[in-house]
Design a protein around this ligand. Structure first.
Ligand SMILES: Cc1cc2nc3c(=O)[nH]c(=O)nc-3n(C[C@H](O)[C@H](O)[C@H](O)COP(=O)(O)OP(=O)(O)OC[C@H]3O[C@@H](n4cnc5c(N)ncnc54)[C@H](O)[C@@H]3O)c2cc1C
Length: 471
């Protein structure tokens, strides 16, 4: 029997598999995807958010535990477990040497709308390189990897893991780490979770930014087996992406990052939220939800020539026009309503000193909704429009865990079932998002889960040996 069974093939699973193997356990990793699609959402990531008390290789200045915690507190509105959040934050200050030992390389952050050089360490080659490095290292250390092995169900008795089933194959292990993502790829579950708003199914037009393999099968299974539940099925990381993005795996290049530089209107050409509320990395993840609750689940990000060169251009070029009338026509908005919205916005702008790298003093007055920063009239041709859809990154409903990553049943930690990554991210992320914290959470709890699972398995093995010797 294998010591540790790891289910999933993304960052959290790989961290767990490597840690368990390093601790001396035999490890089998089951990945639902075929080899060429391995790695889940983790292949799309670019960075992890790191606490650091002084500049480090690719990280500038300092980002203290307290500042990190306050940032998290703000975006989650307090819906977070402080103990577990601080555990992940502290872990981020020391995990990178271990990552580098397994072949992960870092690079300086890019400049642009994402103000991240102080807080986030970027992977050289992105998430794909991260995942490839971990798979290489795992193979070299003797982790057995099976692709195209979706686990359908777990046998759990009184919170104790017995076996996993892949089709009609039963796989036993002394301990198990479930790191199979959220349920974001499961469109039926999303539809049910989000329900209807003004007679429309909110999730109808959701696009999935990452993998198609995170169906939440084992999340459902663990909850049905009595695991303690954490989080709200509607809460998730959801950004506004280009409406032309594919249904799955569009990745980061479909994100539209110019929202804070212009205005966003709905199908009726009405603004509906403060586009300049805060720095883009702290706000980009609310725009998917905002668009989801607009009629037809669509929005339009509108900018003028002044914004060009100030944000990361998306993969698809925006609609371009020399006049606002022509722009409205091109994207199918009512011309009069659109011109009125822009006219009112322009008239309300109180321009100070425009600076996109700080919360500047360019704002609107007497307008609802207000634009609190970076408000400048949309008056310089050419004008651009990007149609936006909600792009779901990952869901927050999960199982309750502790610092050892043990899954809780009726308030008690399982002795051999652990969970990490998106499947338990809701312990830290009740709502909202901080750029880079997905990988921080997956790395901290993935490593903890691997170490805990190895400990549990090796202890079981030792006890079985003692019993055998005594018999
Ligand atoms: C476009 C995009 C950009 C992102 N950018 C960033 C970023 O820059 N920084 C950041 O911190 N976070 C980012 N994230 C979020 C980040 O990807 C996730 O938080 C993190 O990678 C999740 O890791 P995970 O291991 O929990 O899940 P995943 O990486 O999704 O891995 C889940 C794995 O489980 C497998 N699986 C699913 N079901 C089963 C089953 N039944 N049996 C076996 N295997 C199964 C899947 O195939 C997959 O390999 C981004 C996500 C996306 C989609």
């Amino acid at each position: 029997m294998v010591d540790v069974l790891v289910i999933g093939g993304g960052n959290a699973a790989l961290c767990a598999a490597l840690m368990a193997r390093e601790a001396g356990a035999s490890v089998l990793l089951l990945e639902a995807a075929p080899r060429e699609w391995r790695g889940g959402n983790s292949v799309h990531t670019r960075n992890l958010r790191c606490m650091h008390d002084e500049p480090q290789d690719v990280l500038t200045e300092a980002y203290s535990e307290e500042e990190y915690w306050q940032d998290l507190l703000k975006v989650t509105g307090g819906i977070t477990d402080e103990r577990l959040a601080r555990f992940a934050i502290r872990h981020s200050s020391s995990c990178r040497p271990w990552m580098m030992k397994h072949g992960v390389r870092f690079q300086n952050s890019l400049s642009g709308t994402l103000h991240l050089s102080r807080t986030n360490a970027f992977f050289l080659g992105g998430g794909k390189a991260l995942v490839n490095a971990y798979f290489r290292s795992a193979e070299a250390l003797g982790v057995e990897i099976r692709y195209e092995s979706p686990v359908d169900r777990l046998e759990i008795v009184d919170g104790h893991f017995r076996a996993a089933w892949v089709g009609d194959q039963r796989i036993e292990a002394r301990a198990c780490v479930v790191a199979n993502g959220g349920f974001e790829s499961n469109r039926e579950w999303l539809r049910e979770a989000w329900g209807q708003h003004n007679g429309e199914w909110v999730a109808e037009n959701f696009l999935i930014r990452g993998t198609r393999f995170n169906m939440g099968v084992l999340l459902k299974g663990m909850l049905e087996a009595g695991a303690d539940r954490i989080g709200d099925p509607q809460q998730c990381h959801a950004v506004a992406i280009d409406a032309r993005a594919p249904l799955y795996d569009g990745g980061i290049c479909t994100r539209v990052d110019c929202v804070s530089l212009g205005i966003v209107v709905n199908r009726h050409a009405q603004r509906f939220y403060d586009e300049g509320e805060d720095f883009w990395p702290k706000r980009y993840a609310i725009w998917g939800r905002l668009v989801a609750f607009q009629p037809g689940q669509i929005g339009y990000s509108i900018i003028d020539a002044k914004a060009i060169g100030r944000f990361m251009p998306p993969v698809f070029p925006g609609e371009k026009a020399d006049t606002l009338e022509e722009l409205a026509r091109k994207v199918g908005l009512d011309v009069d309503a659109f011109l009125k919205t822009v006219r009112e916005f322009n008239a309300a702008c109180r321009e100070g000193t425009f600076d996109h790298s700080v919360l500047d003093d360019c704002h609107t007055e007497g307008l609802t909704p207000v634009k609190t920063h970076w408000a400048r009239p949309i008056d310089t041709a050419p004008f651009y429009a990007f149609a936006l859809r909600p792009g779901i990154t990952f869901t927050y409903l999960g199982v309750k865990v502790d610092e050892s990553a043990a899954v809780h049943f009726g308030g008690q930690p399982s002795d051999n079932l652990f969970a990490a990554g998106e499947v338990s991210a809701g312990n830290v992320l009740g709502k909202g998002y901080l750029a880079g914290i997905g990988v921080t959470i997956g790395t901290a709890f993935g490593r903890a889960a691997g170490a805990s699972a190895a400990r549990a398995a090796l202890e079981q093995s030792r006890q079985q040996g003692v019993l055998r010797d005594a018999a």
